[in-house]
Design a protein around this ligand. Structure first.
Ligand SMILES: [Zn+2]
Length: 291
């Protein structure tokens, strides 16, 4: 058999193999966007992370007598499933819920939590939730404790600090810092491998985001847990700062030449009609607002 015939036969069998694999092994791979099942893992000390389910990643801290949850998932159903998973780790009740920001994939699951918990968020996040929450099941779970710059909490002897460094993803992004464990929950302040989503309508800011990430890196911490990425290290935050700064400089250079928004978007290959405003557009609009 000539060489090229052999190689094309190999190619055929490889292709056939992957088709068979796709059809029989992953029959629903593209059928629907079912969320991944909940996966609970111990991160460090009493700190746990929950990935999967409906909505963003969440976390929880297990104390001697209580559990403190960080973010509430997107639906009451998914929150109940998360609470059931927490019950497999500890019999202690959830008493407090901290919210990193107001997006529905982080807060709408509050409807699945028992009433009477202490719900804690940045004051701007409470304001945004107050505007968005319509149903009673959510209105009855608006944050009852808010902070503006810094709030220190204790669970037994463990200290955790809620910090606010300014607008970035939204104007109410809380960072939850566990100093002894050197772990920080940063909500949606980290996107890996794609441009970050910035809510201009919630007064988010790409330039603010760079400042916020630099402030987070001033904390003595080496593990960063976020809503839509795997646990990350300092290098991941540094990479995001670099990529934001590069894009800001690129957009500014074109804007300074008098290019229109459409021209700048085209120059960056931004596809029209995305669900969210592209980072390029956010930066362009921020630059025009500054003038
Ligand atoms: Zn978000």
């Amino acid at each position: 058999m000539p060489q090229h015939a052999l190689s094309s036969a190999c190619r055929f069998s490889r292709t056939a193999f992957f088709i068979i694999l796709a059809v029989f092994v992953f029959p629903n791979a593209h059928a629907q966007n079912q969320p991944e099942p909940l996966a609970v893992r111990n991160v460090r000390g009493g700190i746990w992370q929950v990935q999967g389910g409906s909505g963003a990643n969440t976390g929880f801290f297990v104390g001697k007598h209580e559990v403190l949850v960080i973010d509430a998932k997107m639906t009451g159903e998914s929150a109940l499933a998360m609470i059931a998973e927490i019950g497999k780790v500890t019999p202690n009740p959830v008493r407090r819920v901290l919210l990193t920001h107001s997006d529905r994939d982080h807060v709408n699951g509050l409807s699945g939590f028992p009433k009477g918990l202490t719900i804690i968020a940045h004051e701007e996040t409470r304001r945004l939730m107050d505007g968005a929450f319509q149903e009673d099941a959510l209105r009855s779970r608006l944050p009852d404790v808010t902070f503006s710059e810094r709030l220190t909490l204790r669970v037994d002897s463990t200290e955790l600090i809620l910090l606010y460094f300014g607008p970035a993803h939204t104007c109410g992004d809380a960072v939850v810092y566990f100093p002894a464990e050197k772990v920080v929950f940063i909500g949606d302040l980290l996107f890996i491998g794609r441009d970050p989503l910035i809510h201009l309508a919630k007064n988010g800011s790409s330039f603010g985001w760079v400042r916020v990430l630099k402030s987070i890196l001033e904390l003595d911490a080496d593990l960063f847990l976020s809503g839509h990425a795997d646990p990350a290290g300092r290098v991941d935050l540094e990479a995001m700062i670099r990529s934001l700064e590069e894009k800001q400089a690129g957009v500014k250079a074109l804007a300074d030449q008098g290019r229109t928004l459409e021209e700048v978007k085209a120059a960056f290959g931004v596809e029209p009609g995305g669900r969210w405003m592209s980072l390029v557009e956010v930066i362009y609009r921020e630059l025009s607002m500054k003038e």
